[in-house]
Design a binder for this molecule. Structure first.
Ligand code: IMP
Length: 205
C-alpha cells in the first residue's frame, strides 16, 4: 500500500469538500481517501466533551477500520451568550436527526433577546491525525465572529448562514463568502494547514 494515502474519516459531505480543497492545496501528491473508498465500518459515538477528544475518537476508528493513517475533524459553533454551547453538540443541537435548518432556527430563537453587543461567537475545529504506528497529533483553529438575526447566503453549511466572521471586510456571513475566502480564515482552514506539514513529514512526501 503506498505511503502517500491518507483516510479522511468523515461522513459530512460539505466538510469533506472543504477539507479536500484545503488538503489538495497544502498536500499535493497525497491521495485523500474517503468513506466511499473503503469498506463500510461502524463509526464511533461522538461522546467526548471536547472537539479534540471527538476528533481523536474518529481518527483512531478510521485507523482501526482501514489500516491507513487517518485524519478527522470535530468542530462546532461556541456562542458566548450560551456559555460556549452548542459547542460539541452543534451538529445535533435541535435533536435527531441532524438538520442544519432546524438547528439554525433554534439558535436564533434562543438568542432572540440577546442584544447585538453580546452576540459574539467562535467556530472551533480540532483536526486529529492518527497513524497505525501509534503516533497522534491534534491541531486547532478558531474563527471569531458574531451571530446575526436572520439567515443569509447559499454557500457553506451548518451555521454559516447566521455567522459573520470578524476577519473580513464587509458584513458577509460565511455562507455569503466565496469558498476560498472562507478557507483562508476558517477554523478548519487553520487547523488543516497547521496539520499539513505533520502529515507530509510522516508520510514522507
Ligand atoms: P461534527 O461532525 O460533530 O464535527 O459537527 C460539526 C457541526 O458544527 C456541523 O454539523 C455544523 O453544524 C457545525 N459547524 C462546524 N463547522 C462549521 C462551519 O464551517 N460552518 C458552519 N457550521 C459548522
Amino acid at each position: 500500500m503506498p505511503s502517500s494515502q491518507v483516510f479522511l474519516a468523515s461522513r459530512n459531505a460539505k466538510k469533506i469538500e472543504e477539507m479536500r480543497r484545503i488538503l489538495d492545496a497544502d498536500l499535493p501528491g497525497i491521495v485523500v481517501l474517503g468513506l466511499d473508498d473503503v469498506a463500510a465500518y461502524d463509526e464511533p459515538v461522538e461522546d467526548q466533551p471536547t472537539f479534540e477528544g471527538n476528533a481523536l475518537l474518529k481518527a483512531w476508528a478510521g485507523v482501526r477500520a482501514t489500516g491507513l493513517p487517518s485524519l478527522a475533524d470535530d468542530s462546532g459553533l461556541c456562542v458566548d451568550a450560551l456559555n460556549g454551547m452548542p459547542g460539541v453538540l452543534s451538529a445535533r443541537w435541535s435533536g435527531p436527526p441532524k438538520d442544519d435548518h432546524r438547528n439554525n432556527t433554534l439558535l436564533l430563537a434562543q438568542l432572540h433577546d440577546v442584544p447585538d453587543t453580546r452576540r459574539g461567537a467562535q467556530f472551533r475545529c480540532a483536526v486529529a491525525f492518527c497513524h497505525p504506528d501509534g503516533a497522534q497529533k491534534v491541531t486547532a483553529g478558531e474563527m471569531p465572529g458574531r451571530v446575526i438575526r436572520d439567515l443569509r447566503g447559499e454557500g457553506g453549511f451548518g451555521y454559516d448562514v447566521l455567522f459573520v466572521p470578524d476577519a473580513q471586510k464587509g458584513d458577509l456571513t460565511s455562507a455569503e463568502m466565496t469558498a476560498e475566502a472562507k478557507d483562508l480564515i476558517s477554523h478548519r482552514g487553520q487547523s488543516l494547514r497547521a496539520m499539513a506539514p505533520v502529515v507530509a513529514e510522516k508520510l514522507g512526501s
